[in-house]
Design a protein around this ligand. Structure first.
Ligand code: 26V
Length: 821
């Protein structure tokens, strides 16, 4: 990062500040809260002190927000999510408090550069990808649009692994975001709840000997303790709470063992409890039935419900009014066990009858589905579920009996009954968490119009017939505070100079920029901002990878988790085909391009790791081939995370959103790129469909099969070999990879990955290849007319306001949660 260095350790005179100024406050915080003076303070100390000063003001607004909700007796939203991919918080919080520039100046007067210390803040990666980042954007938008909300999740000691690339291969290293402590959170030791696992269920009888409920006697117990992070909305009007649970033992030391001299054995409980919240599962599809994951799901769901009920009973007589005062939202099925847990609490601890409990439960929960991939639909083997949660197993059976009875009454046939059952009977019997979440919620939503339609037609078609009004759509959004104002300050300033500040409070006003697309002098300024952002990315690549790039080339970026359905492979194969063309036709007028890739593969996902290796292999060969004359570069940037996204989104000319149609539920990276003025090359998948409607057909490049065509091709026996043979370019590219052009050291390396395409091509790479390559040449043509390209880029920025998460949250508030916003 550019800018001034921190004060030298042996600064001759400690910096001074006039009493009462912000600089003085920072010095005091350094002294009394960090315990250092300016002479010896490290970058982290300055960061810590600055955060503490702003945090004090946040707390004032936080307490005020909490009291306001309490006095109004308003309904609260509880967003349950195993992932909150929040990234760095400093800029976000300072800027929403309207203090960013003030703090920058105060620090500068003390000889400290805010941009330098900002880089020291860890990137909190408590999530895998889209689902976790969406939860973070939602938290910020809920505070902004004044929805009283609590996010509930887990305070993982280790977030998503850090990725290094060694010899082209992904290497996973532990992530240690808490290394220097966390200056943002408040340790709430007093907020501790007992969470049980295993054990037995005792049937109770009353004095007449009649059955009177069941009592669960867990075999193991741990404590859940809360850590609270304040979440500041825009202009600091509301501050909500992100409450993350940490597991600690009830008896930290086993005294018998300790007294017997077994000091290590005495810590057994402690180690076991702490293992529960130690690490985030790094897979975003498929789970080999790990019990620890189910423990995490139950642990945080149960702690959150106790907390919610505790708060409710502090204000109201009983739980009958829970649905009027609390909207509990399930972010995917990960917290779905909360449905059974709330039922258990209502039945076993609060004396409700089944029917009343079920009514309260369903009116309280809402559920968002984030994927249709069959392997990502969670289910647990009955024996695992029953052993860990015996009482919940009984409750699941009871709910199922009720559900299936209702379905039969409404005339569903046996096949349909099998589909909606909470218990899957094909092979090993399993508890289906999606069905549990659906049955237990009054609203089930998809995350884009297409995804919601497909949900109705596929996974939940029988549920949809049974409950036709429950499925609804809420197209995803992103927070413009982080994904425009903070990550692209130059563009934000340009927009303010051009249309004024109204868009900063009402993002739809960004549309006013649309007419400037035809203004040549505005377009030039817009292009200059893009250029500067590309230079910034170029510096990062040069610092991190020692690779020099030309910022005047077309920057083509695909960053996201590595997944076969997202088709990074299609992009790499196209790069190989282009490479071949450039070599065969050196006389043609090739558009200089840099293809960037970034993203993490789940550690156990073999093909995804191979794709990373291939991107690196292809990059090494192409980037070093003098015949290419620098016209094409392929770059895999290691360790893609939120902070890197903040540098990449503003620097893109072209955004790659090329999933097999019907498979990407929404995408949100697509929105971040377009808001920052990139054109999209994409399939008609997820939210791309709606982006096309908003930015206009001329300002997006669409290619490939539609979801319906993909389905038809699959049912009518698609033959990939034929598709490959019919495309000389594709055949050539695949042969090159297969023959070891990019893997001299191991010519057979891609036999499985590429050879497999001829046989199955599950993700339709061959079917879409020609259409994709044509679309890329259309992109080249558009790029050659830079005025025209910039016009389209401006239209993208101007028309993306609708994709704000403020809009999304207002829709959730009005149509699902029934809270004002
Ligand atoms: C699923 C699983 C399955 C078990 C193993 C652990 C695990 C972890 C995460 C997930 C969730 C995968 C679903 C997901 O991330 N969906 C993404 O959600 C985004 C926000 O709605 C959306 O934009 C993306 O299109 C969608 O892929």
């Amino acid at each position: 990062m550019s800018g001034q260095i921190l004060p030298k350790k042996h600064h001759p005179i400690a910096p001074q500040a006039a009493p009462g100024t912000l600089a003085d406050e920072i010095l005091k915080a350094l002294m009394f809260r960090v315990g250092k003076n300016a002479n010896v303070a490290t970058g982290h100390d300055w960061l810590n002190a600055s955060i503490k000063v702003v945090r004090d003001r946040i707390v004032t607004s936080w307490i005020d927000s909490t009291e306001r909700t309490y006095k109004a007796g308003g309904k609260r939203v509880y967003y349950l999510s195993l992932e909150f991919l929040i990234g760095r918080l400093m800029r976000d919080a300072f800027s929403n408090m309207g203090m960013l520039e003030e703090v920058r100046e105060a620090l500068a007067s003390l000889g400290v550069d805010l941009d330098v210390i900002a880089e020291l803040e860890p990137d909190a990666a408590l999530g895998n990808g889209g689902l976790g980042r969406l939860a973070a954007c939602f938290m910020e938008s809920m505070a902004t649009v004044d929805v009283p909300a609590h996010g509930y999740g887990i305070r993982y000691v280790h977030g998503l692994f850090r990725q290094e690339i060694h010899d082209g291969n992904q290497v996973e290293l532990p992530e240690t975001w808490l290394e220097h402590g966390n200056p943002w959170d408040f340790d709430r030791r007093e907020r501790a709840y007992e969470i049980g696992f295993g054990g037995t269920v005792e049937a109770q009888t009353n004095e007449l000997g009649q059955p009177s409920g069941n009592i669960w006697r867990p075999q193991e117990r741990v404590l859940a303790t809360a850590y609270d992070t304040p979440v500041v909305g825009w202009r600091g009007k509301r501050v909500n709470t992100l409450r993350l649970w940490s597991a600690i033992p009830i008896d930290p030391i086993l005294l018998d063992a300790f007294n017997a001299g077994d000091h290590i054995g005495a810590l057994k409980e402690s180690n076991k409890a702490e293992a529960l919240t130690r690490v985030l599962y790094p897979a975003d599809s498929h789970l080999a039935g790990q019990e620890l994951r189910l423990r995490q799901e139950y642990f945080f769901s149960a702690a959150s419900l106790q907390d919610i009920i505790n708060r409710h009973l502090g204000e109201y007589e009983d739980l009958t009014s829970l649905p009027d005062k609390a909207a509990i939202h399930l972010n995917d099925t990960h917290p779905a066990v909360a449905v059974a847990e709330l039922m258990r609490l209502l039945l076993d601890s609060h004396g409700f009858q089944f029917e009343a409990a079920w009514d309260i439960t369903r009116r309280t929960f809402g559920y968002t589905n984030h994927t249709l991939l069959p392997e990502a639909l969670e289910s647990w083997p009955i024996h695992v579920f029953e052993q860990l949660l015996p009482r919940h197993m009984q409750i699941v059976y009871a709910i199922n009996a009720e559900l299936l009875r209702e379905a039969r009454d409404k005339g569903l046939d046996d096949g349909q009954i099998r589909n909606i059952s909470l218990i899957g009977e094909d092979g090993e019997r399993r508890v289906r968490m999606g069905n549990l979440a659906f049955a237990g919620s009054h609203s089930i939503n998809g995350v884009s119009a297409l995804h919601t339609d497909l949900m109705k037609q596929t996974v939940f078609s029988d549920f949809h017939q049974l409950y036709p009004n429950r499925i609804n759509n809420k197209t995803n959004g992103i927070t413009q505070r982080r994904w425009l104002f903070q990550c692209n300050p130059a563009l934000t300033s340009l927009i303010r100079e051009t249309i004024g500040d109204r868009f900063m409070d009402d993002i739809e006003a960004l549309q006013e920029l649309d007419r400037f697309a035809d203004d040549a002098s505005f377009r030039e300024k817009f292009a200059a901002v893009k250029r500067a952002n590309k230079e910034r990315l170029t510096r990062v690549v040069s610092e991190r990878m020692g690779l020099n790039l030309d910022p005047s080339a077309l920057f083509d970026i695909q960053v996201k988790r590595i997944h076969e359905y997202k088709r990074q492979l299609l992009n790499i194969i196209e790069a190989v085909a282009l490479y071949d063309q450039i070599r065969s036709h050196p006389e043609r007028d090739w558009v200089p391009r840099v293809k960037f890739f970034g993203g993490k593969a789940a550690p156990s996902y073999f093909n995804a790791k191979k794709i990373i290796k291939l991107a690196n292999d292809v990059g090494r060969v192409i980037n070093n081939d003098p015949a290419v004359r620098g016209l094409l570069k392929v770059v895999f940037i290691p360790n893609y995370n939120v902070s890197l996204a903040e540098v990449m989104m503003p620097a893109a000319d072209l955004s790659e959103q090329i999933s097999t149609a019907g498979m990407e539920a929404s995408g949100t990276g697509n929105m971040k790129f377009a808001l920052n003025g990139a054109l999209t090359i994409g399939t008609l998948d997820g939210a791309n469909v709606e982006m096309k409607e908003h930015v206009g057909d001329d300002n997006i490049v669409i290619f490939g099969l539609t979801a319906a065509e993909v389905k038809d091709a699959r049912t009518n026996g698609y033959n990939p070999r034929e598709a490959i043979e019919n495309s000389p370019e594709l055949s050539q590219a695949l042969s090159a990879i297969l023959s070891g052009v990019f893997s001299h050291d191991e010519p057979e390396r891609y036999r499985g990955l590429i050879g497999g395409l001829y046989e199955h091509d599950t993700f339709m790479c061959a079917a879409d290849f020609d259409s994709y390559a044509d679309a890329q040449r259309r992109v080249d043509d558009l790029w050659r007319d830079s005025a025209d390209w910039n016009r389209r880029a401006v239209h993208n920025t101007a028309r993306m306001g609708w994709f704000s998460s403020d809009r999304t949250i207002r829709q959730y508030a009005g149509e699902i949660w029934d809270v004002p916003a």
